[in-house]
Design a protein around this ligand. Structure first.
Ligand code: ZN
Length: 256
């Protein structure tokens, strides 16, 4: 059973310092700050419950989300529950959701060479095609949020955006190769932080990205409950923000 949800990235002092430095070495700056707030809801890996309850919560508000796929996880089971199958990808894409890339093996890219990262990107894209995905999957999320400057540089020519896991509102100058994102988990503080960021972006512009994993009534520590997700989506909608999958959000910002 593949269970990369149990993998722990390097917690050594050196790794922590490198991680801090990496976030400030911008590989590709975001060109503009969107005046009207944009919110993107995203799901990583991803569990089947995200394809069901997660997608349903978005569709109920007339919106769509982004699903970052690690192709080796298809049909696996881990502590986040049952993972997606090719049928989920087909259904999500047909409904207008975005299928995006997350490496084949759920690779810690901070410990891999740029060549390995690019190879993993290719493997994942080939697998997505074999699963029937027709979209370009030109958006990416770093597994575990782990990256390094060399990997960001390598990916800059290959994907439009690469999302990390460090919190923050994306505005002009934000790194498109390590976009900031708010995690939504069973910790209630995560919902408050994401809601507060959405309110801030509504006042002063910006792009808020939210990410989670499983969407179940008893989620893992990496996931959230359907009612919590629904409430946050409604807050975003009622605030007047545009809710868009990542690729569409980036297109809107570039065209603004
Ligand atoms: Zn992941």
């Amino acid at each position: 059973m593949l269970d990369s949800s149990r993998y722990k990235p390097d917690r050594s002092c050196r790794a922590k310092v490198l991680r801090r430095l990496t976030q400030w070495r911008c590989a590709k700056p975001l060109e503009k700050t969107p005046k009207q707030a944009i919110v993107s809801f995203t799901f990583d890996d991803f569990p089947r419950s995200a394809a069901e309850a997660g997608a349903e919560a978005l569709e109920a508000c007339g919106t769509r989300g982004t699903f970052y796929v690690a192709s080796s996880m298809a049909r696996q089971t881990n502590l986040m529950g049952e993972m997606y199958g090719p049928d989920d990808l087909e259904r999500l894409e047909a409904a207008g959701h975005e299928i995006a890339s997350h490496t084949h093996l759920h690779l810690d890219c901070s410990r891999a060479s740029p060549t390995q990262v690019l190879d993993e990107l290719d493997l994942n894209r080939d697998a997505l095609r074999a699963y029937g995905v027709t979209g370009a999957a030109s958006q990416f999320a770093w597994p575990y949020g782990e990256t390094c400057y060399e990997a960001k540089r390598a990916l800059a020519g290959r994907v439009d955006t690469a999302r990390g896991i460090l919190p923050g509102i994306n505005r002009k100058g934000a790194d498109l190769m390590q976009l900031r994102a708010f995690e939504l988990t069973t910790d209630e503080a995560t919902e408050r932080r994401a809601a507060s960021a959405i309110r801030q972006a509504t006042k002063s512009g910006g792009w808020v990205i939210v990410f989670t994993h499983d969407v179940r009534n008893t989620p893992s520590a990496f996931g959230t409950r359907p009612d919590v997700l629904r409430s946050l989506i409604r807050q975003a909608r009622d605030s007047g923000a545009q809710i868009l999958p990542v690729a569409q959000a980036y297109d809107v910002i570039r065209a603004s």
